[in-house]
Design a protein around this ligand. Sequence first.
Ligand SMILES: CC(C)(COP(=O)(O)OP(=O)(O)OC[C@H]1O[C@@H](n2cnc3c(N)ncnc32)[C@H](O)[C@@H]1OP(=O)(O)O)[C@@H](O)C(=O)NCCC(=O)NCCS
Length: 227
Amino acid sequence: MSQTDFIPIKTARLLIDEFKTSDYARLREIAFNINHNADTRADEGYCPFYTFQVDKDTPGRDNVIRQKVSEFLIKAEKERLQEPRSTYRMAVRLPDGKLIGNVTVDMLPFEENGKKIYGDLGYFIDPQYGAHGYATEAVRGLVHHFFKKYQKLDITAHPANKFSRKLIERIGGMQVGYNEASHYGHGEPRAVFEVHKADFYRSCAFNRKMPGLLAVLVNRQKGTPNV
Ligand SMILES: CC(C)(COP(=O)(O)OP(=O)(O)OC[C@H]1O[C@@H](n2cnc3c(N)ncnc32)[C@H](O)[C@@H]1OP(=O)(O)O)[C@@H](O)C(=O)NCCC(=O)NCCS
């Protein structure tokens, strides 16, 4: 069974699958929307997705954003061809195929500053589709497959990123540290979070309805590495 057998993923309202070259125009629109939101809603705690982040006063800003979108799609294609595949940089779509966001997870741990990082979850949603629970639903759909292999997921967020922090808490994450600097954006600080498998499933709606199923799911995978 190949690692990619879980793609595409269907959730109640979404389809999670690979990016395609033809996603460029729609992804560019989303990148513009995200930068616009970051320009106008920073005081509400909205932070730009660092991959598409281009400061307002950057000369030729629109072209720089376009360039970043192209690079994102090239990266996604390279990652799709990784052998073995580590990074799952996935497109989040409505059932009619319309692209509305992204969720990315690393299925192989990597070393950073002498520490093993698991998952390194990332995501964005088109602000026009925000506040509908789509980002959380997409994250849950992909992370469920991550937790078939691992017990813990690592994620960082800009300390001012209120919406990302809320999402992390919604899926059972807790802040465990703080980095003064990072390799994201302009080297901004990052709040460091961990999501533990049991807390992830405990946070799911089905667990609130059928709490007995949680123990079955958490204990089902024998030999899952302890991290
Ligand atoms: C982080 C980000 C994805 C969060 O987006 P979001 O729209 O807040 O998250 P969701 O799509 O999961 O929506 C959640 C909200 O929808 C609400 N909602 C409305 N209808 C819902 C439904 N049917 N089901 C579930 N939730 C619903 C939830 O209550 C929640 O609102 P609340 O936080 O006020 O309680 C978004 O802000 C973003 O793309 N930011 C830029 C990129 C970024 O920062 N990425 C993170 C890098 S670490």
